[in-house]
Design a protein around this ligand. Structure first.
Ligand code: B12
Ligand code: SF4
Length: 593
């Protein structure tokens, strides 16, 4: 494998998922990943691009995807063969608490003197605990780590890892020569999002340069469903109580008082650049109205008309005029809305600002404007939500299907899933659980790591509420999934055979959960483990698409998913050094020969 100066490694959620017998449950049904959470952070691409512009050769190795795709793939062997100046591992999402640290351990086993750098949301929260582990040398905190990482890499390249130099790197947590944990303040936090490139041209170039597609694939089925994301913002203007990306969590973890937005012009250009190589759907992340209506209007004006598939999201109710504008710009659009509950009181307690009635009107506008699909998401595990409330939410889904004639129209798709596996560290609920009616069961990183090895997902959950304990949350999830699946079958939203298969999977998962509960009562640990291991084949088949078929979320994509000529153009432009002009703070620029 060709060498690079910096290698990003993305770990699976639980390192040994191929050996462990764990009933993951519906924790990833609504994202493109499997429960291994094989998708790497979008930040890998912006960081890699930024480092390359500072003269470092960077590659991404998605160990999680490789392990998922082949049982024979040996991550340790691959890690042994790498020889960069430093490794970067994301502990961005908390579910990687186990895998990320285990991968770091493997790196240290084979490269004891090579720095291991952690970053991401969860690393930023648990930074002090992380740098006290022997596997982790540095944590770079914050939501914008491109420049601090580049500065640290300059020091590593120059061999200047003395206390005085390290103390100058913004956002860095490290241990000094006396073994003391040092926390440099988060002073690097750009006010906008225009200092990075978010259009995957780095990935296209790197795949060609290293002749390596396997390690760059963002999730298991990406080549058949090549969805990409366009990022409008780092941060959020909302304050949903369990969210580690809310306005208060960003303040707490990343020292960010205001979101950093991508300018409308850059965002419009990102879209155009992505379209050059991909014909798949582009998910425009974040409600375009967050920075204000002027921003949204300007962006839509700059795009003009984009006939390709796009997924948009609304964080609040919208008026007809705005929805019509969206539809004129994106005639092939899908809308995602997350009311979370049918009940205004529950939603208010969760921190969402609108009423069910207002959002239902918005749904009417979206359908009227000709969306290709309208996905509506509900959640289990919310404040003030009991079992009956969850069932009422499912009944409300029935009402929506009825009102919008989902049987004939076939564009409105409701989904329901649990808040799982964790209430996000740094969120309001994680910090002040009693105020919101929650109990947080694990607080440290190590406790979360151990919980991830529990044999069934309900024991992985790091919370209970006054209204539902973990058993009830799991039971409510399966019952809600069961009922919603039947409704979708009744309205013809899913193929009857698919609905029947989902129903069988839900029943199987319920039985397995009960069996695991029984096994856990056995006092002898050896016998307990033996019986759990014996369940593994059944557990593995129950682990995918538990309460709904994952592909229900996919939009139809044509046979030709990539524009190979344009991709080749990007590769050639890179090879010839024709990089786009982007200002890199702190003396950046293309220093490559
Ligand atoms: C977009 C998004 C997604 C996208 C991910 C797209 C992608 N590939 O990154 C999708 C929809 C797929 C998603 C899925 C999930 N998400 Co999400 N997501 C978000 C959201 C809305 C925005 C994230 C964002 O702005 N990223 C951009 C910036 C901030 O991050 P970044 O560029 O990727 O990374 C920067 C830094 O984090 C850091 N960094 C990251 N990795 C590394 C590594 C190193 C070595 C270094 C130095 C730095 C570094 O540097 C980067 C650039 O400067 C946030 C909420 C919010 N408002 O923030 C939730 C959020 C991040 N997601 C969250 C969760 C829990 C999940 C899921 C686990 C949910 C689930 N159960 O399915 C899954 C995990 C999917 C997987 N890995 O397979 C939580 C995470 C809380 C936590 N601490 O764990 C958040 C905060 C809120 C939430 N509950 O949704 N998510
Ligand atoms: S869950 Fe709420 S706070 Fe978190 S990113 Fe979404 S809208 Fe923002």
């Amino acid at each position: 494998m060709a060498n690079a100066d910096f290698v990003f490694l993305h770990a699976p959620s639980v390192y040994d998922f191929r050996r462990e017998s764990i009933l993951y449950g519906p924790i990833s049904d609504l994202v493109p990943s499997t429960p291994v959470f094989e998708m790497y952070p979008i930040g890998f691409t912006t960081l890699a691009d930024y480092l390359e512009r500072r003269g470092f050769r960077v590659r991404i190795v998605n160990l999680a995807v490789r392990m998922l795709k082949s049982r024979r793939f040996d991550p340790e062997k691959l890690i042994r063969r790498l020889n960069p100046l430093a490794f970067g591992i994301d502990l961005h999402w908390m579910p990687h608490a186990h895998g990320a640290v285990e991968v770091a351990r493997l790196v240290k086993r084979h490269h004891p003197y090579t720095p291991v750098i952690f970053g991401g949301f969860s690393s930023s929260y648990f930074h002090e605990e992380l740098v006290q582990r022997p596997e982790v040398d540095f944590v770079i905190r914050g939501d914008s780590t491109e420049e601090p990482l580049a500065q640290l890499m300059e020091l590593i390249r120059a061999g200047k890892l003395d206390d005085e130099s390290l103390a100058q790197v913004p956002n860095l947590t490290w241990t000094d020569s006396a073994g003391r944990v040092r926390v440099n303040p988060i002073t690097y936090s750009p006010s906008d999002l225009d200092h990075v490139i978010i259009d995957y041209t780095y990935v296209v170039r790197a795949v060609a340069r290293y002749a390596d597609l396997a390690n760059f694939v963002p999730f298991k089925d990406w080549l058949t469903y090549p969805i990409t994301a366009a990022l409008t913002v780092r941060g959020c203007t909302h304050n949903c109580r369990t969210c580690g990306g809310s306005v208060s969590a960003f303040r707490r973890i990343h020292n960010r008082s205001r979101p950093a937005f991508r300018s409308p012009a850059q965002l419009a250009e990102d879209l155009r650049n992505i379209r050059k190589f991909s014909r798949g759907p582009i998910f425009i992340l974040g409600d375009l109205r967050q920075p204000g209506m002027d921003y949204a209007k300007e962006f839509l004006r700059l795009v003009g008309v984009d006939p390709g598939p796009v997924i948009l999201e609304l964080f609040d109710a919208a008026d007809r005029e705005y929805i019509q504008k969206l539809a004129r710009t994106f005639p092939n659009f899908t809308m995602e809305i997350s009311p979370e509950s049918h009940d205004d009181e529950v939603r208010r307690a969760f921190g969402r600002p609108y009423t069910t009635a207002a959002m239902e009107e918005t749904m009417a506008y979206v359908l009227e404007a000709g969306c290709k699909r309208l996905d509506v998401f509900f959640m289990i595990g919310l404040p003030k939500q009991d079992l009956q409330s969850v069932m009422d939410t499912v009944a409300y889904c029935g009402h929506l299907m009825e009102r919008f004639d989902a049987g004939a129209d076939k564009r409105l798709f409701p989904f329901i899933s649990p808040l799982a596996p964790f209430v996000d560290p740094g969120s309001e609920v994680f910090e002040r659980p009693e105020e919101y009616g929650y109990t947080i069961l694990f607080r440290s990183l190590e406790e979360h790591r151990q919980a991830l090895l529990a044999p069934s997902w309900k024991y992985v959950l790091n919370y209970e509420t006054v209204w539902m304990d973990r058993h009830q949350i799991a039971e409510a999830t399966y019952e809600a999934g069961f009922r919603l699946n039947r409704l979708k079958k009744q309205y013809g939203l899913i193929d009857p055979a698919v609905a029947d298969a989902t129903e069988r999977r839900i029943q199987r998962a319920r039985r397995l959960m009960a069996q695991i509960d029984d096994i856990l009562q056995i006092a002898d640990p050896m016998r307990r483990q033996m019986l759990l291991n014996a369940l593994k084949p059944q557990v593995d088949t129950a682990n995918l698409s538990t309460v709904c078929e994952k592909t229900e979320l996919n939009l139809p994509v044509g046979l030709l998913k990539f524009n190979l000529w344009s991709a080749a153009g990007i590769v050639l432009a890179g090879a010839m050094g024709r990089r786009r002009l982007v200002t890199v703070p702190n003396g950046g620029g293309d220093k490559k020969p």
